[in-house]
Ligand binder design. Structure first.
Ligand code: BES
Ligand code: MG
Ligand code: ZN
Length: 494
């Protein structure tokens, strides 16, 4: 789809097949000028159209000599409009657009009295793009992608609306890129593939991409990290994406770490075959950071941000790590690996130690870490655990604003004793599965004591029956913009 703005309603007859107008059951007094009040009375009487939600009316060839339709969408009661209803209206509208094969559409959006026009436009683009996403790279017959032009009817002279549209398209493209990477199966998408894709697709100015290969990881003594990939023929690889957006090079960076297990068989603590194929999505955290860094660099965010894709593959082989093995982490703490299927934390703990060298403002890791998080919060809500109240508050708010829902679980210190090991400093999981999302975060918290840290468990939200969801890119981008704003204000007041 292509999006733009239209200031002149008179162009409707010449340039568009269809105009979409919102219509309420009760009060339509301030509708588009060209459909004067009496027309609406007429519509109600003549067509017996009431304007209820999930109903519509099409008036064909509204003006003789021109072929264009007026598509009137029921919006229910004017005062009862809210974001849920707005979504319903969008859902209904996109179906109509597709069914009627309209190509050039003028969308009013002026009469939905919710938030502001910018918000409505962003949401609409986001929604339409999401509904229009297909992962058909591996299909012989591709989905036919029609070019549909949607122009928003802007009454006022909003110069910045064009920028809003541009920005939203970039965000949607980032989400699409993230989904494409995440949906690519593990026989193709391995650690090196992710590195190559990153170099190819995130190549804006201010971006510096490097990697740590297996030999570098060895040299650094990130033995916990290495232990995960020992059974795989695809070597582990850490992709580091540095973005310098702040004028001051010394500004502390925000560090984002994504779990990138390109396939999680469980290792020798093998998973059952039920849905094991879904573990190709175990690199969702990495693909989220990849999409997000694309967006950040394209939109010239004025912060220093480092994205780390912590990639490896958890497989079974004579070289695989065994349950009971002990490894020495980068932090020098030793870990007894009770269960090789708790591999995400083995990667993350070493990366979370490694990132100390960046002197970070905040560190956030994003990981499909525990099945327990899915049990606790289901498939619509991501889990959040943090060692810093101010940080977790900002993340929660960003989730609320974007409806990319997240819920905080307690980082309950007393549960640390559940991961005490008799023969090492710590073990990688507890004896039972109680509070698994919390105890996993407790494990990580042993490696994040020197900075403000949050952990986002996306095991439930990262993918669904349709594939990768791209979550929580919207939340994280909102968070980044918030920090950018705060930073900017602080600089002005200095
Ligand atoms: N990748 C899984 C977590 C997961 C489960 C993601 C379901 C998406 C959907 C993770 O590596 C894992 O296997 N975790 C174990 C930990 C346990 C062994 C302590 C789990 O959740 O069962
Ligand atoms: Mg696992
Ligand atoms: Zn995993």
């Amino acid at each position: 789809m292509k999006y733009n703005i239209e200031n002149n309603i008179n162009n409707f007859y010449k340039n568009y097949n269809c105009i979409i107008i919102e219509f309420y059951t009760d009060n339509n007094s301030s509708q588009e000028e060209f459909l004067k009040k009496n027309n609406f009375v007429e519509i109600k009487k003549k067509y017996k159209f009431k304007g209820k939600i999930n109903t519509h009316l099409i008036i064909n060839n509204y003006k003789s000599n021109y072929i264009n339709d007026i598509l009137i969408i029921g919006c229910g009661k004017k005062k009862k409009i809210n974001t849920e209803k707005f979504n319903k209206i969008l859902k209904y509208t996109i179906k109509l657009i597709k069914n009627n094969k309209y190509k050039k559409i003028l969308f009013s959006l002026n009469n939905i009295y919710i938030k502001n026009l910018k918000w409505r436009i962003s949401k609409t683009i986001n929604y339409f793009e999401e509904k229009n996403y297909f992962f058909d790279k591996f299909k012989k017959e591709k989905n036919k992608k029609k070019n549909i032009y949607i122009n928003f009817l802007i009454k006022e002279k909003y110069n910045n609306i064009k920028n809003i549209i541009k920005e939203q398209i970039i965000i949607c493209n980032g989400i699409k890129k993230s989904k494409n990477l995440c949906n690519t199966p593990s026989n193709i998408c391995n650690s090196e593939y992710i590195y190559n894709k990153t170099k190819k697709n995130i190549n804006n100015k201010n971006i510096y991409i490097s990697c740590l290969k297996e030999k570098d990881i060895k040299k650094l003594k990130m033995n916990s990290y290495l232990s995960v990939g020992k059974g795989s023929k695809n070597p582990p690889l850490i992709t580091i994406i540095k973005y310098k957006g702040s004028k001051n090079n010394n500004d502390k960076p925000i560090v984002l770490v994504g779990k990138g297990v390109t396939f999680d068989s469980g290792g020798l603590s093998i998973k059952t075959c039920n849905n094991m194929w879904e573990m190709k999505y175990d690199m969702s955290g990495a693909s989220v950071i990849y999409g997000l860094m694309y967006i950040i660099s394209k939109l010239n965010i004025k912060l220093n941000i480092i994205g780390i894709l912590a990639c490896s593959e958890n497989m079974i082989d004579k070289n695989s790590t065994r349950p009971g093995d002990i490894v020495k982490t980068l932090s020098k703490k030793t870990v007894e690996i009770i269960n090789t299927d708790a591999e995400g934390r083995l990667l993350l703990c070493d990366v979370l130690t490694y990132v100390e060298k960046f002197n970070p403002m905040y560190v956030i890791d994003i990981a499909t870490l525990t099945g327990a998080c899915v049990v606790a919060l289901g498939e619509k809500i991501s889990g959040l655990l943090s060692n810093n109240k101010e940080l977790s508050k900002m993340i929660i708010k960003s989730g609320q604003k974007t409806k990319d829902y997240i819920w905080e679980l307690p980082l309950f210190k007393k549960y640390n004793k559940l991961i005490h090991s008799k023969i090492a400093d710590i073990k990688n999981c507890t004896d039972n599965s109680y509070a698994g999302a919390i105890t996993a975060a407790c494990f990580l918290s042993n490696f994040t004591k020197n900075y403000k840290w949050a952990h986002i468990d996306i095991a439930g939200t990262a993918y669904n029956e349709k594939g990768s969801t791209g979550r929580p890119i919207n939340l994280l981008f909102e968070f980044i913009k918030k920090i950018e704003k705060i930073n900017n204000l602080n600089k002005i007041h200095k």
